[in-house]
Every structure is written in C-alpha cells, then in structure tokens.
Write a protein that binds this ligand. Sequence first.
Ligand code: ZN
Length: 135
Amino acid sequence: MDRNTALKYVVDAQGHSQGVFLDEELWRQVCSHVLAVLARNCPVEQLIPEPMADFELLEKYWDFRYELPSDVCCETCGASTPNWQTDEPRKFVLRAANMGGLLVFECKNCGSRITKRHFKDKVTVTCSAQGCSCV
Ligand SMILES: [Zn+2]
C-alpha cells in the first residue's frame, strides 16, 4: 500500500468536498467497518407485509352503523389521506389490524404511529411520533 495514493480526498471543480477515494487494498481492510457504520446510520427499509388478512376480517365482520373510515391523518407532520389504500405512492402503511376495531398505521413521511380505535359510536385516534436515532 502506498501512503500517498491509498487515500485521496476528492473535490469538484469548485473545490467542494465530494468524498474520499480509497484504493483497493485499503478498502479491503476497512470495508467491513465502513459497511457496518453505513448499515447502522442508513438502515435499509424493511418491507414488512401489511396485515391485510386481519384487515379483511375486520371489514368482513364490521357491524357498526357507520362505514369503516379509510382516512388517516398524521398529527406529527400533517400528512393525511382520504383513503390510505389508494395513495400512489402510499402515505401510510398498515402495521396492525384486528377484529376488535384496532388499526395501526405508520406514516411513511415521519414514521409516526397512528392508532385508530373504532367503537360502536366513535373513533379515537392517537398519534405517537417515533424518536429519530440519526442525530
Ligand atoms: Zn407523519
């Protein structure tokens, strides 16, 4: 490894920093550490399937006098939709559903959890912001 060429700081034509260039040998020695830091700081969004079977059961056995509402609103960031299933791209992802009338959504914009509890005569909504770990 050549100390003079193993590590280069890359700048654009205006002199603004663009990053760092590592030669192959140096990269091989540090890549596992660098990739671990990258994974920790920028986790890949996991595609968790929505519990649609549970949601369909709730729809199937819905017997309240009002229609099952499809609107979702995030108090944290203000995102809202009249129908969470039809947004393109989706603004809210269903995270939990049960026949007791509970629906939990995740706001794709800010990660908040919106919990809707459906009762015979009312719907209660709570919104809890998720702490950000990337400070
Ligand atoms: Zn939000």
